[in-house]
Write a protein that binds this ligand. Structure first.
Ligand SMILES: [Zn+2]
Ligand SMILES: [Zn+2]
Length: 315
């Protein structure tokens, strides 16, 4: 299961911290200025996901480097085309003569198209951008228990939306049979996952064909969490959102403007309350959360915007 925490106050930029159950690392989505993001949370980041590099999504990246330098491990940074060069430029504007090569490695993963990723490496003290690999996939990041996929939306520049998807797990239900627990459960699950229906499973010295015991197993669907940042309220974007996030458990989606300001939304390739709520409904998202509001809004305005969002979602 994933949890997401908004680290910015309502008049700051966007920054979201994602955690997965029984998982040691944090994941940072967007690097906007956010006073509730702690040094420890930054240091414990395993990967950073940036949708695009408008300043309100990237301004706090200096704080990320400031607190991560010296952690002596690899940190992944995902983003749209050119993110590698932009990260490099930010880092190279400082002097690093006292820092050695082992201090940190940044691995950059640029999503060039919805199915193409280029990886680079950046290490101190020179921070040269070394191209590592190009591969065809929508999977930007993978851990043993979850994956992160990306889809490019149009915000007058590419804006990368992310989905964290927990892998499904196989559970055993001993109450539906007459067996006690034991090492055979692991063997049975292994046979089920690898499709080896004929494997022999031994329980208390008795042998069973694996598929005859499959009735004891059930698949527990993994959790899913979407992060959809700045995007124009266009048919093409909505089509992509529906395809990529259909049935997602939780989605945090930008709702930058109130309905009455939709003129500015269209002008600035942004979404607005009603449109974001509607697309979440059409995507059958179970728990949509509107985020990333214009800084000109008061808390009262944001309450109204949130109401407009859910009015559209529940209509
Ligand atoms: Zn933007
Ligand atoms: Zn923005």
């Amino acid at each position: 299961m994933f949890t997401s925490e908004i680290k910015n106050t309502h008049n700051e930029d966007i920054s979201i911290l994602v955690k997965a159950n029984n998982h040691p690392w944090n994941y940072l989505c967007e690097c906007g200025d956010a006073s509730n993001l702690t040094i420890k949370e930054i240091q414990n980041c395993n990967a950073i996901f940036i949708s695009h590099t408008h300043i309100d999504h990237f301004v706090n990246f200096d704080a990320v480097i400031r607190h991560q330098i010296g952690i002596q491990r690899r940190v992944i940074i995902c983003g749209p085309e050119n993110i590698g060069k932009q990260v490099q430029s930010r880092i190279q504007s400082y002097s690093w003569n006292l820092i050695n090569e082992e201090s940190i490695t940044y691995e950059i993963r640029e999503m060039i198209s919805d199915t193409e990723i280029i990886t680079y490496e950046l290490t101190p003290p020179l921070w040269e951008l070394k191209k590592i690999n190009t591969y065809n996939s929508a999977i930007l990041f993978e851990e043993s228990d979850f994956i992160v996929t990306g889809v490019l939306l149009n915000h007058k520049i590419p804006s990368l939306a992310y989905q964290f998807t927990e892998k499904d797990t196989v559970k055993i239900n001993l109450t539906s049979g007459n067996f006690n627990g034991g090492p055979w459960i692991k063997e049975l699950k292994k046979a089920f996952i690898s499709g080896k229906n004929d494997s022999i499973i031994t329980i208390n010295k008795e042998e069973y064909k694996a598929e005859d015991l499959f009735y004891l197993l059930n698949i527990q669907k993994g959790d899913s969490l979407g992060i959809i940042m700045d995007h124009a309220p266009s048919v093409e974007n909505h089509q992509k959102i529906k395809e990529h996030f259909y049935g997602c458990n939780t989605v945090l989606i930008e709702s930058f403007y109130k309905n009455e300001d939709q003129y500015f939304a269209i002008l600035n390739y942004h979404s607005f309350a009603k449109m974001s709520g509607t697309i979440m409904k059409e995507s059958a998202v179970k728990h949509p959360i509107p985020v990333h509001f214009s800084r000109k809004y008061s808390e009262e305005d944001i309450k109204k915007l949130t109401h407009e969002f859910f009015e559209a979602y529940h209509s």
